[in-house]
Design a protein around this ligand. Structure first.
Ligand code: GAL
Length: 347
């Protein structure tokens, strides 16, 4: 069964009954503004950052789909600052949004913002990254453990099952970084146990910054010398930083480097042979679904999802989209075929 029909928005008749019941809740634009009959739902989109290419895509696609559905979207980006993100969400609440979509910089720190939204009777979608310890309504993301598995499987496969590697994890504030690591660990554990794979250096790249990833690889090469066969980088941004470091040592193209997000620069590096692979995540599927669910929740329609993810507070109704490993051999039939990047830019 594809993710598309895992999420069911209850029929209008039933939702009308339930929606009406729900709209009695106080707060926001209040009872009179919300409900199935509301003219134009007002959605709030709170982003951690717009620094990475993918978040700009998520924003644009979300706004496009929400507009198609007759909604207005207020967008805020917190520049990776937790205090700022809580303020952004409080501002969106006071501007009367009917539903909130949040990409948390720090999943734990956003729990109090979710509490404020709850207080105001505003439903919350946790987008791509899980908000933990909070009463969120829906979690929409990709299979992030699978991302880590595919990255490690690919690297180990290309290494012939043995070698010395560096591991670059994502931002320690990001729950996804822990899920990617979990997937990688599942694949690597027996090989590390047997000694076939040696992790010569590992660290977390604060805020996913490429410059932090570069520092990690600089430190690794200084301490361990150039005898490294692979870098398990958790996304394309950190892969880019790692590649800067190995380029300085004349190792570019000689060390395998993983990634994630199929950013344009990363896909170009893959076609040039200095990055080895990335993980393509069809963002349009996630953004479209988030817009559809946000509008449904704003209209007080009940959303039912087959899957759940425990966020430490409750079993959150969830949908986790599929992901695809991409290298130069399948770039055309994945990233290009989907129109994610034009072939001309990958020559
Ligand atoms: C993760 C996200 C990745 C990557 C990273 C850096 O949470 O799932 O796609 O972009 O953040 O922004």
């Amino acid at each position: 069964m594809t993710p598309r029909n895992i999420l069911v928005v209850l029929s209008l008749a039933l939702s009308l009954a339930i929606g009406f019941a729900l709209s009695r809740k106080p707060g926001g634009r209040g009872a009179e503004g919300r409900g199935p009959g509301m003219a134009r739902p007002r959605l709030g989109l709170s982003l951690d950052t717009l620094k990475e290419e993918r978040w700009q895509r998520d924003r644009d696609r979300f706004v496009q789909r929400a507009t198609e559905l007759g909604a207005d979207v207020l967008v805020q980006s917190a520049n990776s600052d937790d205090t700022r993100q809580v303020q952004d969400i409080e501002a969106l609440i006071s501007r009367g949004v009917d539903a909130l979509v949040i990409v948390p910089h720090n999943g734990e720190a956003m729990a109090k913002a979710v509490a404020a939204a709850r207080q105001a009777g505003i439903p919350v979608i946790s987008y791509d990254r899980l908000i933990t310890g909070a009463d969120v309504d829906v979690y929409l993301s990709f299979d992030n453990v699978r991302v880590g598995e595919l990255q490690a499987e690919y690297l180990v496969g290309k290494l012939g099952g043995r070698g010395r590697i560096i591991r670059i994890y994502g931002s320690p504030t990001d729950n996804n970084a822990r899920l990617f690591k979990k997937g990688q660990d599942k694949v690597l554990a027996p090989l590390i146990q047997s000694g076939a794979i040696r992790v010569v250096h590992e660290d977390w790249a604060q805020d996913w910054k490429p410059e932090n990833a570069k520092k990690i690889v600089n430190a690794a090469l200084t301490a361990q010398g150039p005898d490294v066969q692979g870098i398990l980088a958790s996304n394309d941004g950190t892969a880019g930083g790692a590649i800067q470091a190995i380029t300085e040592e004349g190792l570019a193209g000689k060390v395998l480097v993983t990634g994630q997000d199929a950013e344009l620069a990363a896909c170009q590096r893959i076609m040039r042979g200095v990055q080895t692979m990335t993980i393509y995540k069809p963002l349009h599927q996630l953004a479209d679904r988030a817009a559809e669910v946000a509008v449904a929740l704003a209209r007080r329609q009940v959303v039912v999802a087959r899957d759940t993810v425990n966020n430490g507070f409750k079993e959150v109704p969830s949908v986790l989209e599929n992901v695809i490993a991409v290298d130069k051999d399948n770039m055309m039939e994945t990233v290009v075929k989907d129109g994610f990047h034009p072939a001309a830019q990958l020559k």
